[in-house]
Ligand binder design. Structure first.
Ligand SMILES: NC(=O)c1ccc[n+]([C@@H]2O[C@H](COP(=O)([O-])OP(=O)(O)OC[C@H]3O[C@@H](n4cnc5c(N)ncnc54)[C@H](O)[C@@H]3O)[C@@H](O)[C@H]2O)c1
Ligand SMILES: [Zn+2]
Length: 354
């Protein structure tokens, strides 16, 4: 029953073909499609005609606000009412919220049933659907409850992206830039030569990002060490994100990671001798995709404070994944408070540079 990552690389193609091929090979007692308001409207129509008539459609409100235990309970209730047994399968049709929550719902229902990820946001296609992390937020803290659970399949169709708002394409773009910076210099060149709004066919870029994440996760599925390279940009990024949310600033995770990557290019230069010239060129390339958010120096201490809560930290030290060159990363570097603040100063300099 339980799936593994090995030999289970996400499939990209026409969702009708991919899903019907998968369903033809399986004999589930019940299918449950989990979607949110938007994917119910825009994505469900693309698969509805191949679903059995008695499929349970569970719809949740869109966005991170839904990623909690109350929403799980509502879904479990519907599954019990429908008499879902251990041979049922949950199809998660949505972005990272639906995927993370639906994976968790399936992972604990009757001690674990099958689930399939059908990611519909670019972020879920290149990042959230790969790697087997499932979970929900709890008491205001992100992803506090969860488990590692691998889907039976990850089925991707770029057609879903046609209805995704541009800001959400950008949100994922920063994670794709991160994939390139930690693992693939040629991919970095390819990405930074274009803009998300001009991309006609996402297939090859998605494949390249997934290949990078998949390989990192395959080497270290439980994030003991190497997988932490995926946190590049996230030590400063998470701190900025938490601080900004507390300020009620409207910021997406990817945008915070974009800020974080610029700051961590500086840390890479300072701590791992990443070339100064490349630090500047890479920082300016990231900047061209970012909104102009200037961090007031008074906020630096607060942002630093948020970084102390980061789950990556060991024994009170701030830890970051950094790069030694474009495409080469190191998973765990200790960062002192002075360098952390200097990295924020560098970010401000870059973002204000004309
Ligand atoms: N499991 C992991 O490894 C992992 C990795 C990264 C992020 N995440 C999680 O993923 C979540 C963020 O993912 P997200 O950015 O996809 O958020 P999301 O699921 O909230 O989707 C973003 C928005 O896009 C809408 N949407 C999705 N697909 C659409 C489509 N095809 N057309 C129109 N609208 C569409 C959604 O309804 C939502 O409003 C966070 O909760 C984060 O913690 C998990
Ligand atoms: Zn991220």
């Amino acid at each position: 029953m339980s799936a593994t990552l090995e030999n289970n690389f996400p499939q990209i193609g026409n969702i009708q073909n991919l899903l019907s091929t998968f369903l033809a090979k399986t004999s589930y007692s019940q299918l449950v499609v989990l979607c949110d308001e938007n994917t119910h409207q825009y994505c469900l129509p693309l698969i509805k005609n191949i679903l059995p008539e008695n499929t349970l459609i569970a719809k949740i409100p869109a966005g991170e606000v839904s990623k909690n235990i109350e929403t799980c309970q509502l879904v479990w209730e519907q599954m019990l009412q429908k008499n879902c047994d251990r041979n049922a399968c949950v199809l998660n049709l949505g972005g990272g919220v639906v995927g993370d929550l639906g994976g968790f719902v399936a992972a604990v229902y009757k001690r674990g049933i099958d689930f399939v990820q059908i990611p519909t946001s670019l972020l879920a296609q290149v990042d959230a659907s790969v790697g087997g992390k499932t979970g929900i937020d709890f008491q205001g803290a992100k992803n506090i409850l969860g488990s590692f659970a691998q889907p039976q399949k990850v089925l991707i169709d770029v057609a879903f992206l046609q209805t995704l708002p541009l800001r959400h394409l950008y949100n994922a773009w920063f994670e794709m830039l991160k994939h390139a910076l930690i693992a693939d210099a040629a991919y970095w060149q390819e990405l930074t030569n274009q803009r998300p709004e001009d991309i006609a066919d996402w297939t090859s870029l998605i494949e390249q990002s997934i290949a990078i994440k998949y390989e990192v996760v395959r080497l270290d599925p439980l994030e003991k060490s190497w997988r932490k390279i995926l946190n590049f940009g996230h030590t400063v990024g998470h701190a900025v994100e938490s601080w900004a949310l507390q300020q009620q600033m409207d910021i997406l995770h990817g945008e915070a990671v974009g800020i974080g990557m610029i700051a961590e290019l500086y840390l890479s230069h300072k701590l791992l001798h990443f070339s100064e010239e490349k630090m500047w060129t890479c920082a300016k390339q990231i900047k061209k995709y970012l909104p102009k958010i200037i961090l007031q120096p008074q906020s630096f201490t607060e942002i630093l404070h948020w970084s102390m809560y980061d789950k990556k930290n060991a024994q009170g030290e701030i830890m970051a994944a950094l790069i030694t060159d474009i495409g080469k990363a190191q998973p765990q570097c200790v960062v002192c408070a002075v360098d952390f603040e200097a990295a924020l100063v560098f970010y401000n300099k870059v973002i204000q540079y004309e």
